[in-house]
Ligand binder design. Structure first.
Ligand SMILES: N[C@@H](CCC(=O)N[C@@H](CS)C(=O)NCC(=O)O)C(=O)O
Length: 313
């Protein structure tokens, strides 16, 4: 097993999703704590632009987005699986719904003024202002649910999750799958980060019991690591992990070797620019040079990301 470096911070819900996958798969990993707002120079040295949390580093390969990180961890440690054979498609579709629709409903509820005030209680006003400005810039152009609408949606979604848990311990059966990890993290945020808002969970005790089962999976074995060490590891890595043997699937009329950018479809659209070295059925790989990190392969899932050719004059 190669060294797994997870770049994350404790209060990040998508990071909690991956920390629990580490626990479920009983993995040992290195924990690199990154800032929750910009600037993030050490993050950008590795990703080339992508600033979201978490990302996984293996040598000089950087995997952006928790959906892709799940695929990479599944490949490295297939058991126990995140994608049970009988529910592969369903598990992924449900995970995608949870990471987007459920997540934004939960956040619209969690971060309404009462929740946000509790979350930042005691923090200097500058911290609050910096966080607000950072997230406002990140979500520019996005339609965010208003608190009342978010609350109604969140309540309905919790009932739907409770329905799924009536006769089984996890959403799609007797063991957790990727959908459980995706549905868990927004609810974890309500319970752990904004406990003043957590009473919304009380109407669905089956969901609370399932949350206890998910929390019991733990985080695996993590060891503290610094971003400086992570960048040095990237620079010292002998070369890319894979990519060379991947089948090229061209949907854009952009040839391998082209200069491209990859950008998130919404929320945090800082582009990563590099040479397109692979485009498989499910992901893109860009190769870029960084002064501090050396040659880096940055990987993105296709779903949720936009590939564009860079026009040269
Ligand atoms: N689709 C991404 C979403 C990641 C995401 O939105 N993460 C939040 C934190 S949980 C974030 O990046 N917030 C801003 C930041 O950390 O700078 C994924 O699945 O990894």
């Amino acid at each position: 097993m190669p060294a797994l470096l997870l770049h994350h911070y404790p209060t990040s819900p998508f990071s909690e999703k991956i920390r629990l996958v580490m626990g479920y798969k009983r993995l040992t990993w290195k924990s690199v704590i990154i800032p929750s707002i910009m600037p993030k120079p050490d993050v950008i040295a590795l990703t080339g632009g992508y600033r979201k949390t978490p990302f996984l580093q293996i040598g000089s390969d950087v995997y952006c987005d928790s959906a892709l990180i799940c695929d990479v961890l599944e490949h490295l440690q297939p058991a126990p699986t995140l994608y049970p054979a009988q529910h592969k498609g369903l598990a992924r579709v449900l995970a995608q719904w949870a990471d987007s629709t459920l997540f934004w409903a939960a956040m619209g509820y969690n971060l309404q003024p009462r929740g946000a005030a509790a979350m930042f209680e005691g923090a200097p006003v500058e911290v609050l202002k910096a966080f607000g400005a950072d997230r406002a810039a990140m979500s520019a152009g996005m339609t965010r649910l208003r608190p009342a609408d978010a609350t109604a949606a969140y309540k309905s979604y919790l009932r739907r999750l409770a329905n799924m848990l009536e006769e089984q311990d996890f959403l799609l059966g007797g063991a957790p799958c990727v959908a459980d990890f995706s549905a868990y993290h927004p609810l974890w945020f309500s319970r752990q980060r904004v406990p003043v808002m957590a009473n919304i969970l009380d109407a669905t005790p089956a969901v609370l019991r399932w949350m206890d089962r998910m929390a019991a999976l733990g985080h695996g074995a993590a060891e503290k690591y610094s971003s400086i060490e992570a960048i040095a590891d990237c620079k010292a890595a002998p070369g890319p992990a894979s990519a060379a043997d991947s089948v090229f699937q061209d949907e854009h009329g952009i040839a391998l070797g082209s200069r491209v950018t990859v950008t998130a479809e919404s929320f945090g659209q800082e582009p990563t620019e590099g040479e397109l070295v692979a485009a498989t059925r499910t992901r893109y790989t860009l190769r870029r040079q960084d002064e501090r990190a050396g040659t880096v392969q940055v990987h993105f899932p296709r779903i949720g990301y936009v590939l564009r050719a860079v026009m040269t004059a």
